[in-house]
Design a protein around this ligand. Sequence first.
Ligand SMILES: C[C@H](O)CC(=O)SCCNC(=O)CCNC(=O)[C@H](O)C(C)(C)COP(=O)(O)OP(=O)(O)OC[C@H]1O[C@@H](n2cnc3c(N)ncnc32)[C@H](O)[C@@H]1OP(=O)(O)O
Ligand SMILES: NC(=O)c1ccc[n+]([C@@H]2O[C@H](COP(=O)([O-])OP(=O)(O)OC[C@H]3O[C@@H](n4cnc5c(N)ncnc54)[C@H](O)[C@@H]3O)[C@@H](O)[C@H]2O)c1
Length: 285
Amino acid sequence: MKNVAVIGGGLMGSGIAEVSARAGHDVVVVESSDDAAKAALGRLEKSLERAEAKGKLGAAEGTAADVLARIRVETDLDSTADRDIVVEAIVESEAAKVDLFKRLDSIVAAPDAILASNTSSIPIMKLGVATSRPTQVIGIHFFNPVPVLQLVELVPSLLTSPDTTERSRAWVEGSLSKQAIDCQDRAGFVVNALLVPFILSAIRMYESGFASAEDIDRGLVLGAAHPQGPLALADLIGLDTTKAVAESLYEEFKEPLYAAPPLLQRMVDAGLLGRKTGRGFYTYS
Ligand SMILES: C[C@H](O)CC(=O)SCCNC(=O)CCNC(=O)[C@H](O)C(C)(C)COP(=O)(O)OP(=O)(O)OC[C@H]1O[C@@H](n2cnc3c(N)ncnc32)[C@H](O)[C@@H]1OP(=O)(O)O
Ligand SMILES: NC(=O)c1ccc[n+]([C@@H]2O[C@H](COP(=O)([O-])OP(=O)(O)OC[C@H]3O[C@@H](n4cnc5c(N)ncnc54)[C@H](O)[C@@H]3O)[C@@H](O)[C@H]2O)c1
């Protein structure tokens, strides 16, 4: 697979585009507006400049400018027509993703192209059946920050062909040098089914006044060797995404531990989405 498209150039899409271009792929990023495309390009430039300054770009990757030259940021979905693999990384909304997969199905021309989703929690079958080619639809779930974290969850639906799964694995492990784990197609897959209820418990603990945000996070960093505490992690993920994942899990399993706490809902209503808006459980400059 040579030609890659990433739909959505936000936190995750820009990271997926970066690691793909660093692996030598020709990458098209499709955003929803000119302003969003500009922001996506800015994220890519900043991250690649940082990687270059830290001496992380290998000889095969080239300079930050070489990697950027392999990426085009567009607003026209038709630019996915000649792609071998499309990775969808738009907002965590089932309706938005179903609509996008329908449109991709009518545009992407190669008969064996893979249509992948980076969804955190939405069952892949819902996206597969929106297309005429569910055998080629799969979850390829990266972790944030994409250039740093090694894991990718591979999530075939009941209709995904073994060929699609194995070509996806070869791309993720052979080309992007990530490590894949195999998951069944249920909301939250492996990692978020365990991680998100933990984050929600931390939010409930904070909401109840039991401990401060700083002490909850310091507790898990110093007492359980987590790289960052659950509330700082929720701010990194984005509180809108955290809430959307909780809702998918709750819809699938109806377990109270997956229900989004009222504080999380109010913070999302208020636009306090974490790092991406400058304020969540903490304030960022
Ligand atoms: C919800 C979804 O569906 C699934 C998910 O993604 S769940 C979220 C999973 N992610 C996590 O759990 C992240 C946990 N946190 C961490 O790993 C770390 O706190 C962190 C990597 C975010 C930041 O690490 P920290 O040590 O505090 O900061 P910092 O020193 O700036 O960064 C550590 C290294 O990561 C690199 N880094 C950090 N953020 C980066 C980014 N956005 N892009 C590229 N590199 C980055 C730094 O360059 C640094 O590299 P170096 O050690 O070689 O110099
Ligand atoms: N944030 C995380 O830690 C994380 C980790 C793994 C997976 N994910 C998943 O990745 C996806 C993206 O999450 P994110 O954190 O990057 O969100 P984000 O809000 O940072 O980015 C989403 C981007 O998609 C763009 N977009 C929205 N609709 C679009 C459309 N129809 N066409 C093209 N672009 C469109 C937006 O302009 C935005 O730039 C979600 O499904 C999320 O659940 C998130």
